[in-house]
Design a protein around this ligand. Structure first.
Ligand code: GLN
Length: 385
């Protein structure tokens, strides 16, 4: 086996889903909704089953899909996006990130990653040959020290990955933070690779700002995103990256040889969603705001300590008090999560899989669930106390 595959484990997030399924637990580990996508999208899929397309689309994305995407994301980036020269459609945000990394990194290049981070970034770096430099996000506000970012660029980092809103800590980067990172990327002629899959889950008064929309940043940003969360279609594996033409030319080659293309009938059906009016996104946010408030209130009632996410549908719970109890002798967070699945019937992700630092006292839950499921989960979590 290659050396590279021996340097990372399977995804702990996806592993927790498998264990959760095995024990029939309520799965609040891997984040995906338990409700249907919008009916218009399902109808369009049914139609595509008979009308097609059933053969390959253009490798970097079906023209109508890219056209609709350029319209929608052009508004977010405050710029006319050229659907033929600036968008590559990928198999999920996961491929978009991998493709971005393989497009810009040589073996041995350094890439900055904030910690805590979404666990894919570690494997993305290794698979593309890059060495991650971790920049801590300091709770409770998950602030970072910009001088460490500058140091990273000075040490030759090719890029910095910015997950905004941030999985797992729910941080939404402020304009001044993005400007500071962006200015350094320009000064050191480096890239910012963003992961913005939770862009529509940003809770008031926080606001989502695209790095690529900031002055001078378009040429230095590769925006990675996906339709998974926005349209509740995580299984469709539809993602994309947006970047300047030189990035696009390179990224489309990488993507072509990695996967050829995303599923043609699914692109056709999802195009309907990309054309939704703003009202859809407002409703989506309202739904998630209600879920967040409801779930956090439930956690408070039980007396579980947690952060308050500014965005995403994740919440980190502090389990320090539990780990001190005699019934959990020397338990790691992973062992605690396994115990939870088997004894409480709720699946979480151990926090250690998101941190470079030695963090063992946090678990991540998501609240992308119907209210009755959240009720049942809260009822079960209460038994932990
Ligand atoms: N982003 C989701 C999470 O963190 C999972 C995405 C995935 O598994 N591809 O749970």
């Amino acid at each position: 086996l290659s050396k590279r595959v021996q340097t990372f484990t399977d995804s702990v997030i996806r592993r927790m889903t498998r264990i959760s399924d095995e024990y029939g637990a309520i799965n609040l580990s891997q984040g995906f909704p338990d409700f249907d996508p919008p009916k218009e999208i399902m109808d369009a899929l049914a139609e595509a089953a008979y009308k097609g397309p059933h053969q390959y689309s253009v490798t970097f994305g079906a023209p109508n899909f890219r056209e609709a995407l350029a319209q929608k994301q052009g508004k977010a980036i405050h710029r006319a996006i050229d659907p033929n020269k600036e968008i590559v459609v990928t198999c999920g945000g996961t491929e978009a990130m991998m493709c971005a990394m393989m497009t810009i990194c040589n073996p041995g290049d350094k890439v900055m990653v904030f910690s805590p981070f979404y666990e894919n970034y570690g494997a993305d770096a290794i698979l593309s040959g890059a060495d991650p430099i971790y920049i801590p996000l300091i709770p409770p506000e998950y602030e970072f020290d910009i001088t460490l970012v500058e140091q990273g660029f000075r040490d030759g980092a090719k890029a910095i990955i910015v997950c905004n809103p941030s999985n797992p800590c729910g941080k939404v980067f402020r304009r001044d933070e993005l400007m500071a990172i962006g200015e350094l990327a320009v000064r050191y002629d480096a890239f910012v690779v963003t992961d913005e899959v939770y862009e529509h889950m940003v809770y008031a008064p926080n606001k989502h700002i695209c790095m690529a929309s900031l002055p001078g940043m378009y040429e230095h940003t590769i925006t990675c995103n996906s339709l998974s969360k926005t349209y509740s279609i995580t299984g469709w594996r539809l993602g994309y990256l947006i970047g300047p033409e030189k990035v696009f030319e390179a990224a489309k080659k990488v993507h072509d040889f990695l996967t050829v293309g995303a599923a043609a009938p699914l692109q056709e059906a999802a195009t309907v969603g990309l054309k939704f009016s703003d009202e859809y996104y407002e409703k989506l946010l309202q739904t998630y705001t209600e879920k967040r408030n409801y779930f956090l209130k439930g956690l408070d009632k039980i007396g579980l300590k947690h952060n308050v996410p500014q965005g995403t549908y994740f919440v980190l719970i502090d389990i320090s008090d539990f780990l001190e109890l005699p019934q959990f002798p020397g338990f790691s967070d992973l062992e605690f999560c396994e115990w939870m699945i088997k004894n409480i019937g709720v699946a979480a992700v151990p926090g250690s899989s998101f941190f470079k630092e030695d963090v063992n006292h946090l678990i991540r839950l998501h609240f992308a669930r119907e209210k009755k499921t959240l009720d049942e989960a809260l009822c079960r979590l209460e038994k932990m106390k």
